[in-house]
Design a protein around this ligand. Structure first.
Ligand SMILES: [Mg+2]
Length: 262
């Protein structure tokens, strides 16, 4: 296992559980950015959350006095645009059952939301999802139109408990239609592939940093990147014992990564 950062030229970080927990920073963000710069490591952020736009994330960083540029943020909406563009290079009309953020992100990839003759159905988490929207999307999927979904996360944590996540609605549409969706977000490699395209750094020289084994670490591994698990979020040391392949690096928190550099 290579525990050194010496050959790492880029990092792709998950956000929740890595650099903050909801609205509570887990480290000094500016100090983190300074360390990356000092070690000449380019960095960007990748989240499975498709409910917020890139601009909303840039603002969230700003609210914590940290400055990131929009190219440094990747969401599963962007990963969806990335794979849709590979399948439909010219863009086109699609049916979206998801958030406004998903719809506006896909519009940037030349895919416009319609109820008339869509070339694909794209689903994601949206608190406004209704039976009527599930019904409509399900009919389109049954008719044989390619079916995509932002991410499979069954739940997401809130102070009150685990809330139904994108995967809950994915299961509803897959159950109703009998068709499995093509997934865009982690643990698929596409969000990282989209990041590597932006970074222009080879996967082997890129470190994926996350707090979940079954999404961040697995997705990073599938993309061919080095992986680092932080223990400030979901996964614990006990979880590591039953997980294979193991992350390349395990640290208590993200700042500890820089202790690995001589
Ligand atoms: Mg996380």
């Amino acid at each position: 296992m290579n525990k050194s950062l010496s050959d790492i030229k880029a990092a792709i970080l998950d956000m929740d559980g890595v650099i903050w927990k909801s609205h509570q920073p887990l480290c000094d963000l500016n100090q983190l950015f300074e360390e990356f710069k000092r070690h000449q490591i380019k960095f960007l952020f990748a989240t499975n959350n498709a409910m917020s736009t890139v601009e909303q994330y840039v603002k969230k960083f700003a609210s914590m006095d940290a400055i990131v540029e929009s190219w440094q943020i990747l969401t599963s909406s962007i990963a969806t645009g990335y794979i849709l563009s590979k399948d439909f290079p010219a863009g086109g009309p699609i049916h979206v059952m998801g958030s406004q953020a998903l719809e506006s992100t896909l519009a940037e990839y030349k895919f416009t939301n319609t109820d008339k003759d869509p070339i694909a159905v794209v689903g994601g988490l949206d608190p406004l999802t209704s039976y009527e929207r599930l019904r409509k999307a399900s009919f389109f999927i049954q008719s044989g139109i390619p079916f995509y979904f932002t991410n499979p996360d069954a739940t997401y944590p809130t102070p009150e408990g685990l809330c139904p996540g994108a995967g809950t609605f994915l299961a509803a549409l897959e159950t109703a239609s009998g068709v499995k969706a093509k997934l865009a977000g982690k643990p698929l490699p596409y969000i990282f592939e989209a990041g590597l395209e932006r970074l222009k750094i080879p996967a082997q020289q890129t470190l994926v940093i996350g707090d979940r084994l079954e999404t961040d670490i697995l997705g990073g591994y599938r993309a061919g990147c080095k992986t680092a698990l932080v223990l400030t979020g979901v996964a614990t040391r006990a979880d590591l014992e039953s997980w294979s392949p193991a992350p390349d690096i395990v640290v208590e928190n993200v700042m500890d990564l820089f202790d690995l550099v001589e």
